[in-house]
Write a protein that binds this ligand. Sequence first.
Ligand code: ADP
Ligand code: MG
Ligand code: MG
Length: 251
Amino acid sequence: MLEIRNLHARIAEDGTEIIKGLNLTVKAGEVAAIMGPNGSGKSTLSYILAGREDYEVTEGDILYNGESILELDPAERAAKGIFLAFQYPVEIPGVATMQFLKVAMNSQRKARGEDELTTPEFIRRVKEAAGELKINPDMLKRPLNVGFSGGEKKRAEILQMALLEPKLCILDETDSGLDIDALKIVADGVNALKRPDRATVVITHYQRLLDYIVPDSVHVLYQGQIIKSGDKSLALELEANGYADITGQAA
Ligand code: ADP
Ligand code: MG
Ligand code: MG
């Protein structure tokens, strides 16, 4: 589903190369974890997958279902079923979460050439997804993310993910500020939304997230490259020994 081939990318503004020949394959149905010490390029990789203009790909390719997405803008990528969780969710005062979800779902449907959802159908879908993810419906009446706790923001993010029915989900979890409850919400959401035709890439600094998500594959990103791949036992090894053993440096 996702194949990253010899990817090189730099910061557009000053030309600093951050991603330096990265290779990664993620199959449909798979949950892949990308781990690595701070400053390895994990967030940069997620921005590049989203299509942010602050970064330039100088070599290599990103294939999604066999087709390069490098020329697609973020909206086109989303329309094709690529979902990126915001690392810092935006607050939208004055717009109820329900209303935001409706606009997001309908704009994606429009991009796919599908009809707008009727209001009853929209409400049915939101209720179903909120139930599956154990989200209190009262939260949906409040403005999106405004005054939400860390856990509520994560729930809102996972709910968006469920409703937009993406094929490839990429979640970059910040290196700080996520308490264990928020990590559990993300993990439960990822587990609940696992499907044979959907792949999820979870980017995390924390081994402990993987106590709750059992990944099918684990990849270590270091200095802009994937330096080691394995199964979930690799995450346990990292938990026991830290990154120093594989990076060859104190980390
Ligand atoms: P990680 O998410 O693994 O902690 P990042 O992708 O955030 O790593 O950062 C990788 C490296 O690239 C860091 O040294 C960071 O300072 C640098 N970097 C990333 N984006 C920018 C940018 N827009 N401007 C300057 N430096 C950046
Ligand atoms: Mg970091
Ligand atoms: Mg990061």
